[in-house]
Ligand binder design. Sequence first.
Ligand SMILES: Nc1nc2c(ncn2[C@@H]2O[C@H](COP(=O)(O)OP(=O)(O)OP(=O)(O)O)[C@@H](O)[C@H]2O)c(=O)[nH]1
Ligand SMILES: [Mg+2]
Length: 213
Amino acid sequence: MTPEEQDLAREASKLFSGRVDFLLSAPQLKFLPDGDFPEIAFCGRSNVGKSSLLNALTGRRAIARTSVTPGRTQELNFFEVGEPTQFRLVDMPGYGFAKAPVKVVEKWRALVRTFLKGRAVLKRTLVLVDSRHGLKDVDREMMRMLDETAVGYRIVLTKADKIKASELEAVASKVSDEMRRHPAAHPQLHLTSSEKGLGLDELRAAVLADVRS
Ligand SMILES: Nc1nc2c(ncn2[C@@H]2O[C@H](COP(=O)(O)OP(=O)(O)OP(=O)(O)O)[C@@H](O)[C@H]2O)c(=O)[nH]1
Ligand SMILES: [Mg+2]
C-alpha cells in the first residue's frame, strides 16, 4: 500500500467503526430519502450475504437484518455513516429468489432497477456473488443492466470461508476474466468473508474512495 492508501484505509476503518445509524426503510420509491449524501448500494442474489456484509463492515452484529430465510430484506434500507454524515449504505432486496411469489419478485425487481438506474447520488454498487457458486445468469443480467446505464460497480465474492483456498482461486479467476468484458465493472475483484473478517479492510477503503470519487 502507498502512504495515501494507508491514510485512506485508516480513515475508512475509523468511519466504519464510528457512527452508523439506520435511517429508514423504503418499500417503494416514493419513500426514498432525499439524495443528500453519496450512496453505496449492496445488491446480489437472495441469501448471498448482503446484510451480513453490511453488518461486518460496520462491526455491528445486526444493524441490517440477516436471516437463514432467503428473501428477508424486502425494502431498500438506508444507513448513515459518519458524524456528521459522510455517506449512506443501502441494503437491497435480493434477486433470483425462486420461491417468492411472482408479484413480490417483480415488485422488488422494479424497485431495485429504478433505484439503481435513476439515483443521482449513487457512487457505486457492490454486486455480491457467492464464492461457492460464481456468476449466475441473474448476476450477468444485473451486470448488463448496470453496464447499460453506466452505473459503476464492484464485484464482491462473499462467504470465502466456506470453500477451500484452491477452489476460491479458481472461482476468482473465472469471475475476473468475465468482469473484464463488462465496461462498468471495476477491475479489482474483492474476496470477502463476513464471518471471518476477510477482505473487509480493503473493501472499507474502496468504499470510501468511491464515496469521494
Ligand atoms: N459462513 C458464512 N456465512 C455467511 C457469510 N455471510 C453471510 N452468511 C450467511 O448467509 C445467510 C444469508 O445472509 P444474509 O446476509 O441474510 O443474506 P442477504 O443477501 O442479505 O439475503 P436477502 O436479504 O434475503 O437477499 C445467513 O445465514 C448468513 O449467516 C459469510 O461470510 N460466511
Ligand atoms: Mg438482506
